[in-house]
Design a protein around this ligand. Structure first.
Ligand code: COA
Length: 260
């Protein structure tokens, strides 16, 4: 599939999706959000893709936010629709994919950019990264899940400080807060992301999907994460991956998971 605003590449069971609007600091306009939806969906449905990495092109930005030029004159109902559609198409969609998603944050991750990184299953950053939710400086609030995912990741007090000050957190502070798992140089960012991805691809993709579902359930309204864990745990026993994983252990060999 060819896209206007994003690039995709596939190697060693990993699909890398790169947001490619560097002159606009990879700001998320509607067209880019739609393309990202398609690319994430295609990668998730592709049996060969075991991990998805999302990053931004250029050295300056992961994503500098939702495209402000597109919503500057929106009404109340248009604003509500923008958030609802964006969450459904991209942010919630990514968070609930059964294929693991790693965000490689390579510069500014602001507003919708940080929200996209937070929708990924975990994040790593380059040491020049700067993260924040500056929406209140525009007279609006984060609308792509930021008010929920930031407190989940860093705690309520830190999240509200970041949101209310509209300030930016640098990579080392993000690491200290647990917002990102690792920080490295810009040159080493994608190599580190692919190294982490390759560790994941050695494991059962079916079990990983079950783990994502169980972890996510703990953050969903009206769902009980412990109950979901029991259900997913039980389901694993019916998979070919479980047969292979346990047999390989008992036979003292490396497992070759069929992914079923
Ligand atoms: N939406 C639309 N365009 C954006 C954008 C956004 N969120 N962020 C950056 N851009 C565009 C700029 O308008 C500029 O376009 P132009 O060259 O056609 O004028 C281009 O990207 C480069 O940005 P610029 O502001 O010149 O770069 P900078 O290095 O001086 O500043 C930032 C970088 C990230 C600090 C600054 O671009 C910024 O504050 N962006 C908005 C961040 C934000 O509020 N995001 C939340 C949106 S809800």
């Amino acid at each position: 599939m060819s896209y206007e605003n994003i690039l995709t590449a596939f190697e060693n069971n990993v699909t890398i999706i790169t947001i490619n609007r560097p002159t606009k600091l990879n700001a998320l306009n509607r067209a880019t959000i739609k393309e990202l939806h398609k690319a994430f969906k295609a990668a998730d449905e592709d049996q060969k893709t075991k991990v998805i990495i999302i990053t931004g092109s250029g050295e300056k930005a992961f994503v500098a936010g939702a495209d402000i030029s597109e919503f500057a004159d929106f009404s109340v109902s248009q604003g509500e629709k923008l958030a609802a559609e964006g969450q459904a198409l991209l942010f919630d969609f990514v968070a609930h994919l059964s294929t693991p998603v790693i965000a490689a944050v390579n510069g500014f991750a602001l507003g919708g950019g940080l929200e996209l990184a937070m929708a990924a299953h975990f994040r790593i950053a380059s040491d020049n990264a700067k993260m924040g939710l500056p929406e209140v400086s525009l007279g609006v609030i984060p609308g792509y899940g930021g008010t929920q995912r930031l407190p989940q990741l860093v705690g309520k007090g830190r999240a509200l400080e970041i949101i209310m000050t509209a300030g930016m957190v640098d990579a080392s502070q993000a690491l200290q807060y647990g917002l990102v798992n690792h920080v490295t140089t810009p040159e080493e960012l994608l190599p580190l992301a692919t190294k982490l991805a390759s560790k994941i691809t050695n494991n059962s993709s079916v079990a990983i999907a079950a783990a994502i579902a169980a972890v996510n359930a703990g953050y969903e309204d009206g769902e009980n994460g412990f109950d979901e864990e029991i259900t997913q745990f039980g389901k694993c026993f019916g998979t070919a991956d479980f047969q292979e994983g346990t047999q390989a252990f008992l036979q003292k060999r490396k497992a070759k998971f069929p992914g079923k």
